[in-house]
Write a protein that binds this ligand. Structure first.
Ligand SMILES: [Zn+2]
Length: 149
């Protein structure tokens, strides 16, 4: 049997093969983003105000205001991300009724905030932006928030 460390390496290699190089880059940027947003939003869901709940769907996610699929340049823009429970707040509410969700976001974050995001979405279109610059930016913010303790 492989040692624990060796089996970890094999799992990581298999995972890298499965998700590919691009997937691995996005996964590591996603992890940085989630850490930052957890810290910034105080480990509480912006919708219901509660922390992580036990059980399936109770975890907290970095949820996008402007969809990251249609607007990849805004995937790592901190103003475009809020902390929500996977369920029900993100996948069970936001994704079920995005029009109501954006209206809610306007009331919570302010019209100017959402207007800026919508303007950026129009400017960037479907471009994914500069991932290397994104990493430098996220690592600097991460160090600022989380490297202090
Ligand atoms: Zn919630």
């Amino acid at each position: 049997l492989p040692t624990y460390a060796a089996s970890g390496r094999m799992l990581r290699r298999a995972r890298l093969r499965r998700v590919g190089r691009r997937g691995a880059v996005l996964q590591s940027l996603d992890a940085l983003l989630r850490d930052i947003v957890l810290y910034r939003d105080g480990h509480r869901c912006r919708k219901c105000g509660l922390g992580k709940r036990p059980g399936r769907g109770g975890g907290l996610q970095a949820a996008h205001i402007i969809p990251k699929g249609a607007h990849p340049a805004l995937r790592y823009h901190l103003d475009n991300v809020i902390l929500l429970h996977a369920y029900p707040c993100h996948l069970g509410w936001w994704h079920k009724d995005p029009v109501a969700a954006v209206a809610w976001a306007r009331s919570v974050l302010g019209n100017a905030h959402i207007d800026r995001l919508e303007l950026l979405a129009r400017i960037h279109g479907r471009s994914k932006g500069d991932r290397a610059a994104t990493r430098i930016y996220l690592e600097a913010v991460h160090a600022h928030y989380l490297g202090l303790h």
